[in-house]
Design a binder for this molecule. Structure first.
Ligand SMILES: *[C@@H]1O[C@H](CO)[C@@H](O)[C@H](O)[C@H]1NC(C)=O
Ligand SMILES: *[C@@H]1O[C@H](CO)[C@@H](O)[C@H](O)[C@H]1NC(C)=O
Ligand SMILES: *[C@@H]1O[C@H](CO)[C@@H](O)[C@H](O)[C@H]1NC(C)=O
Ligand SMILES: *[C@@H]1O[C@H](CO)[C@@H](O)[C@H](O)[C@H]1NC(C)=O
Ligand SMILES: *[C@@H]1O[C@H](CO)[C@@H](O)[C@H](O)[C@H]1NC(C)=O
Ligand SMILES: *[C@@H]1O[C@H](CO)[C@@H](O)[C@H](O)[C@H]1NC(C)=O
Ligand SMILES: *[C@@H]1O[C@H](CO)[C@@H](O)[C@H](O)[C@H]1NC(C)=O
Ligand SMILES: *[C@@H]1O[C@H](CO)[C@@H](O)[C@H](O)[C@H]1NC(C)=O
Ligand SMILES: *[C@@H]1O[C@H](CO)[C@@H](O)[C@H](O)[C@H]1NC(C)=O
Ligand SMILES: *[C@@H]1O[C@H](CO)[C@@H](O)[C@H](O)[C@H]1NC(C)=O
Length: 873
């Protein structure tokens, strides 16, 4: 108890904002339901109120996140089976109160104190020391950031801040919704989910700096950087002063001084521009193409005799250029620093309760880079500034934008969704939201584009507001009307992005056709609906009955799929294909094993098709995989599971996106070589081997090519496919003929009968299959025999191991999974970085893989297809 009081005191002391330029982030709150408060809010917002019965919560906390933090609910329990449904939703149909007492230093005459918000869901009243400083018509929307002058209400010593957050309905409010992705959080994300700050300034304040450059071509000798900031005179007399600062490179080598005088009339505002010429600029590149050098701009503003009136928080930026155009097919093409940038993206989900953990996001981004993805798409899930900083540092591009299917797309011409139509008030909230998000994102080199619509384009009035806000914030990046080709506002032109599905299962050859979501143009959200977790994860969130239903009742709805009013509430399409192609499962483990095979096949074929077709007559210009990750433990639409365990879908994706890669085209049976890098060309040997299920060679070919940077080319046709009976294995090895290094290695399992699609019966989410490929022979393969050899590699903080596996039998070893587990608990470790996994090894073949895992005690198991499960380490 004493300790708790001590920390409470510390937090209050931490609150002092003694000098102009100081900012305090409200470090935490007390949270309570308005239903359990009988006090008058004016009085409750005076210092000294009794909040002993309230819940202490963190600085960014939706109501549900706060209740979880206080163990009112437990997420392991809520995430189990359908328990989330049992939360009493009526608790969230009343406003909730957030309260904090803060010590604020006395203000000198002329100084100001501002309260800064970054969005409160769905809308809020804000009280400060008994004054009602903001009403819900202004403080509205999850992204509505505002600044309120609270100078006249500040008192010496303790001050109290009270926020009343109103309930959220996704169809009525501009909030952070989940559409059909998963069941909704019971509070619909209500509350103070983003930071609230107090900012002390002198008589003149300045905004966060914005940065533009005249950079066009990486070969330039110098670049002019223009830093802009909005300044405002809050006093009754005119203000003269100087905005000054520095630009420094992150290696400390470059240092430019900025300085410009200003003169502002009373209560007026203006924008100051400061230019600097940087010689030999260090160019920022996406991870696959180079480094991520950053520069930092630091600005302060002085008035009178060099008195500090405001200090801007240090802002980093990168020198790079992104553009987008639509090509002759009306497909969007992005370029980064002049190079065509084939987007290999994934659709991001925040946590169900919007709990933000920068370390988790770093992990998610690390996984993306590990798979070879280069872009994350945030559909109305703009999160926090740290996400963009991580993307900048890691070289991951970001496509941001607004979300579909609810209030955000309440247009007259949108009959697909139930979002309420916009009122004048909503247009104002939309402007404030765009302005605020643009300000947050403006300097980040990772920004590739902002999509002002998703399924539907904004109406002309909203488009104008969005564009006004973006221009006001000196937005330097592409703005795209929507993620679909349904229509567009005149001001923005065609989006160049298709949204023609699929979202549910389709076979591998789908992607090589020329219709719907197949690999041509830019697919803004598409995938075969896969992402099955492994058994260890399933046991954490499914009941025994849920798990049995997975294979015994393949058409049954599962609570851990999409919402129950969505076509994705069950896996009937997926399971029909799994049963037909791989044979009816004989148990849960068999089902999950087959699911991993299906998932691997699905992601690999999609990602490879978009790579193979990147140089086609109608090029595949990019895709965003639907989806990267899930808001909670889910059975689908993810490349790794909620517990950050990589799954079949992950390694299928990874196998498809190596920097240089040989690819099998499921439709034409051709082999392509794709090179994602920008390095000069080099000679390559491609070995193509086809063997039957008994290990006998059907064909062997070698061919050479010069792989060409950032492009794809066809190099051969696979011989002997017409001779395949039942199932055969195809291995493609791309090799450097000089040093003999293996550049890429892939194995495909091919059926004598390919899947057959019925395109005319396509829906918005799938294309039906009239005849399935037949892989049932894979279940009857004789056991293979694998030897293993383990070598330790040194790496601080990680167990880093190289494993060499040799197949000493005469048949292929099919789809072997290596798992790292805790030696004591046998629980699967995560995060974990495998160079490759779910391996198929040819007879007498020897391969090596590596694993890195941040744990000191690790045990490794081999299991899967036709091998005996055993511990190899
Ligand atoms: C709340 O208290 C303030 C100050 O005591 C008073 O002026 C106001 O009328 C009260 N409001 C309500 C709704 O009772
Ligand atoms: C959440 O929003 C949905 C509409 O999308 C609405 O049906 C539901 O009632 C809302 N929940 C709460 C607690 O208000
Ligand atoms: C303001 O900026 C100038 C120029 O960079 C610098 O010398 C000075 O230390 C800064 N002052 C503060 C208080 O940050
Ligand atoms: C700052 O605002 C005050 C109050 O309106 C005004 O008297 C003064 O001239 C302004 N200064 C400038 C430089 O605009
Ligand atoms: C591209 O879009 C424009 C505008 O809608 C249209 O006029 C043109 O016909 C389209 N071109 C193609 C190839 O679809
Ligand atoms: C669907 O979900 C809603 C909200 O959780 C629930 O009220 C309803 O009972 C569910 N319907 C079915 C058929 O499970
Ligand atoms: C593989 O071997 C089995 C057993 O000898 C035989 O029945 C089968 O026909 C063979 N399959 C092929 C494709 O040769
Ligand atoms: C094909 O190339 C591989 C790798 O360089 C080599 O091992 C193999 O012997 C070659 N095959 C033929 C028929 O030349
Ligand atoms: C393709 O990429 C690799 C780097 O992964 C590079 O070494 C090679 O020279 C590139 N160009 C080719 C093969 O055309
Ligand atoms: C699939 O192939 C197996 C042989 O591997 C065969 O016995 C079976 O009849 C085939 N299934 C169908 C539906 O054709």
């Amino acid at each position: 108890m004493i300790l708790r009081k001590f920390f409470a005191w510390l937090a209050i002391v931490a609150g002092v904002a003694a000098l102009p330029g100081d900012t305090i982030v409200v470090p935490d709150w007390h949270l309570q339901s308005s239903a359990r408060n009988s006090n008058n809010l004016t009085e409750l917002s005076l210092p000294g109120a009794d909040v002993a019965t309230w819940y202490p919560v963190g600085r960014r906390s939706t109501v549900m996140a706060g209740l979880l933090e206080n163990h009112v609910y437990n997420d392991k329990a809520l995430f189990y089976s359908d328990h989330l449904q049992s939360v009493d939703m009526s608790l969230f149909q009343v406003p909730w109160l957030y309260r904090k007492e803060l010590k604020v230093a006395a203000l000198k005459p002329g100084d100001r104190l501002f309260l800064i918000t970054h969005g409160i869901t769905s809308k809020a009243d804000v009280f400060f020391n008994g004054a009602h400083v903001a009403t819900p018509d202004v403080q509205q929307g999850a992204y509505g950031g505002h600044r309120y002058d609270i100078t006249t209400h500040v008192q010496p010593g303790l001050n109290a801040l009270l926020i009343q957050a109103y309930p959220t309905n996704y169809l009525r409010d501009l909030a952070v919704g989940f559409i059909d992705w998963n069941p909704y959080p019971p509070d619909n994300g209500t509350g103070v989910w983003r930071d609230v700050e107090l900012k002390h300034t002198g008589p003149v304040s300045m905004s966060t700096p914005r940065v533009r450059t005249d950079f066009v071509d990486p070969n330039v000798e110098d670049v002019v950087v223009t830093v802009r900031t909005d300044i405002e005179n809050h006093s009754d007399s005119s203000a003269e002063g100087v905005v000054q600062g520095t630009i420094t490179s992150d290696d400390g080598v470059e240092r430019q001084i900025l300085s410009t005088p200003f003169d502002l009339k009373p209560h007026s505002s203006g924008t100051v521009s400061l230019d600097a010429r940087i010689a030999d600029p260090k160019i920022w590149w996406p991870a696959a193409w180079g480094n991520q050098p950053l520069y930092t701009v630091q600005l302060n503003l002085t008035v009178g005799q060099a008195q500090i009136s405001d200090i801007a928080s240090p802002t980093s930026f990168g020198i790079r250029r992104v553009t987008s155009t639509v090509n002759s097919h009306n497909d969007t093409v992005f370029r980064v620093n002049g190079q065509t940038f084939p987007v290999r993206g994934g659709g991001y989900s925040p946590d169900l309760f919007l709990r933000f953990d920068a370390d988790r996001v770093r992990n998610v981004f690390q996984y993306m880079l590990d798979m070879g993805l280069n872009t994350v798409r945030l559909e109305g899930k703009q999160e926090h500034p740290e996400l963009y900083q991580l993307a900048d540092q890691m070289g991951l591009m970001v496509i941001s934008g607004w979300e579909c299917c609810n209030k955000w797309e309440g247009w007259e011409y949108n009959d697909d969704a139930d979002g309420e139509k916009w009122t004048d008030q909503d247009y104002q909230t939309a402007y404030a939201s765009m302005h605020h998000e643009a300000e947050m994102m403006q300097t980040h080199p990772s920004m590739l584009a902002f999509l002002v619509g998703s399924d539907y384009w904004p109406d002309d009035r909203a488009t104008k507001l969005y564009m006004d806000a973006l221009r006001r914030m000196d937005w330097p990046n592409p703005v795209i009307a929507s993620a679909s080709k349904r229509g567009f506002p005149k001001e923005l032109g065609p989006s160049g992005m298709k949204m023609d599905g699929p979202y549910d299962w389709v076979p591998p050859n789908y992607w090589y056709e020329a219709q719907m979501g197949a690999a041509f143009g830019f697919g803004s959200e598409l995938g075969a609906g896969v992402g099955t977790p492994e058994l260890g994860s399933l046991k954490q969130f499914l009941s025994a009955d849920d798990m049995t239903a997975l294979w015994r009742e393949p058409g049954r709805s599962q609570y851990h799929l999409s919402r129950n009013d969505s076509v994705f509430r069950d896996r009937s399409l997926y399971n029909k294909a799994l049963f037909a192609r791989y044979g009816p499962p004989v148990g849960l483990e068999d089902y999950i094993h087959k699911a991993q095979i299906m998932d691997y096949e699905a992601t690999r074929s999609q990602f490879e098709a978009f790579a193979a077709r990147q140089s086609a007559k109608r090029p595949a210009t990019g895709f965003v995989y639907w989806m990267l990750n899930s808001a909670w433990p889910s059975l689908h639409w993810q490349l790794f599971d909620y517990y950050l365990r990589p799954i079949g879908a992950y390694f299928g994706a990874k196998a498809a996106m190596r920097s240089e890669q040989a690819i099998f085209d499921y439709k034409t049976q051709a082999v392509y070589v794709v090179n994602q890098s920008l390095q000069p060309t080099a000679d390559r040997v491609i070995s193509i081997d086809l063997i039957d299920i008994n290990g006998t060679s059907i064909s062997h070919q070698n061919t050479t090519t010069e792989s060409v940077p950032n492009s794809s080319r066809k190099v051969a046709n696979v011989a002997g496919i017409e001779d395949v009976r039942d199932v055969a294995f195809l291995r493609l090895i791309l090799q450097d003929p000089v040093n003999k290094a293996v550049v890429s290695r892939s194995v495909y399992w091919l059926s004598a009968e390919n899947d057959q699609l019925d395109w005319d019966e396509s829906t918005w989410y799938t294309t039906p299959v009239t005849r399935y490929a037949n892989f049932t022979a894979l279940s009857r393969m004789p056991l293979s025999s694998i030897t293993s050899d383990v070598k330790h590699l040194e790496e601080k903080g990680f167990t880093h191991i190289e494993i060499t596996l040799e197949n000493v039998s005469d048949v292929a070893a099919f789809f072997l999974r290596l798992v790292t587990v805790d030696p004591i608990t046998q629980g699967e470790l995560s995060p974990v970085y495998w160079s490759d996994n779910y391996l198929t090894i040819f007879p007498q073949e020897k391969i090596s893989v590596t694993v890195r895992v941040p744990a000191s005690e690790v045990s490794i198991i081999i299991k899967g297809g036709n091998v005996e499960q055993r511990v190899i380490y």
